[in-house]
Design a protein around this ligand. Sequence first.
Ligand SMILES: [Zn+2]
Length: 655
Amino acid sequence: MPADFVSNALCEAAMRDRASFTPSCAQWRFGGFLGERIDTVLRARILDPQAREAILGEAVEAFRKRVDDRLAPNAGFWQGEFWGKYSLAAIAAQRYTGDADLRDSLIRAADDLLATQDPSGYIGTYFDSSFVLSREGKINWNVWCRKYTLWGLLEIYDMAGEARHLHAARRLMDHLMSEVGPGKVEIVRTGVLAGLPSTSLLTPVVMLYRRTADERYLKYAEYIVEQWSRGVGGPPDILRKGLAGAPVHEWFPEPEKWAKSYEFISCVEGLVDMYRVTGREDYRRCAVAIYDNLRRWERSPAGGISFNDKFVGSNRLINVLSEICDAVYWSRLSFQLLLLTGEPRYADEIERTLCNALLAAASPDGRWGLRRLRFSHEHVPAPQHCRLEHHQCCVDNLPRGLMLAADAALLADARGVYVALYGAGSGEAALPSGRRMRVSIEGRYPDDGAVAVRLRLSQPETFALRLRVPEWSRRTQASGPDGARLEARPGEWLSVEREWRDGDCVALEFDMRPRLVRFDDRALDAGDPLVQLSIGQWAGMRNMLPGAPPHTLEPEEARPHAPALLVERGPILLARDERLGGGGSIYESLPAAAAAEPPRLEPIEAPPGIHAAYKAGFAGMDRAIRLCDFASAGNGWDRRKGEFNVWMTVRENGT
Ligand SMILES: [Zn+2]
């Protein structure tokens, strides 16, 4: 594969992979509705020079001031994560847009950061680099912050190709290894949450090893994996427990005290990286087993995961409350496993998370975002973090999730080209011959199921074009350039191997009939302490925007633990929203007959601020209910105007 098609670190890793599927990411740009939403976020926080300089400037300033260990007695904050997180998002946006000014300003900020490096190699936001253990039960994020600095420097190096950034990354890691590691402070004991944040350093450590071939870093990565099982009988014990196959919330008592979702997933992502460099099958099996368990127990229909940031068996709870970073890292792990296995089900997950949780997470103007997603009433906007003006963890992470979808949309390997996502747009992929091909997708997907995939080639070439058929599309119509019908099976790649010519087109019509999803209230007793705890946490999580009017959700407002239904259409989850009108409370129950079959949907004109709206005719009801796309529901950012609701409870028979 030509080197210029290596567009991100994950694809770069995949290409050296031991697995049979070794794709590279192609250059993809979304148009249409998805493209507009993504561009809004990129413009507001990354492409706008003024906003960017303020955001980057504040992030670097934290490394000059080094106050993370002085903001509160005995505690350590996380101002140090923001330069790395924001830079990773902006580097991905730079690949996506090709913006030269953005590239220059990221390099400038990285060089400003390098100017804060001590002779010892330390770059950090803690005055005392060795303050890595939690004191008196208080928080400490010192190693975690350096994870993002190391990662940011390595991707800056990939983007700029300047040796000084790699050199600085090595010195940073060497310094950390002089304080934390074998014979020093054990890494799993550092920080908080059973060492999950600190040990998720694994990902950039493997990246550093790949870029330097220095065996010391591989040894350190192996040490991190061993550290998970260091406290035998206690968390996190990721490798052993993951291989044993039980759901994460059953690994240890009180998962709400340790199983912090995105830090955990970040560790599993590191395990996939370790599989790539060592070929150890148990690493791969463990990552896939954990993923499958999380999908079953923690992933909400919106593509977010966990409840209140922890793996507690969240799918048993009707009231959803999930961190945006969790959705971003769920997408990352889905992408890792897509690249590793080539199985299209992982792309189904990326699409679900993108179209629902991630789009819902951005404010309409793209300047800010949510801290937590709910499934009813109102979402929870993000508060600024660590006394900074421009940063919050989820807001800085959100564009990484959006950009990841662009990386996943179009893939290529030695055998052919893979179309994994269907939002309108276009991109360029490398063909097996090394020549390039332009691929464009036309249509109004996901609002409409009709999609045309058009190829532009400089000369005819034989290769396999593989098109993802989503698992939810039970009946897919597909036809090739000659009009011949193609067989498309749900959950598989539709593979067409032939001689392709310039202008050839494959037409697809996905099955957009609405589907019902049932909430199983029997998975957990209504009186279970977890249900009660979740309701308290759901209500207690209030709007944290500065200057927001005082308002608290009451536990009585939570959705009752009862049988309920929701409606999906294509990859989109539908919800009720007060702004849609149409009569009736958005919380009113459906009659039992409504559960018998999916409703009939009829598109209607959407009110301002809402992307797509429908009238839904349920069995047993003489009045239609109005629904809209989940990402629009409750996105008014104007509290108490536009409450929304996803799960519709179902009344008992005969009532
Ligand atoms: Zn977050």
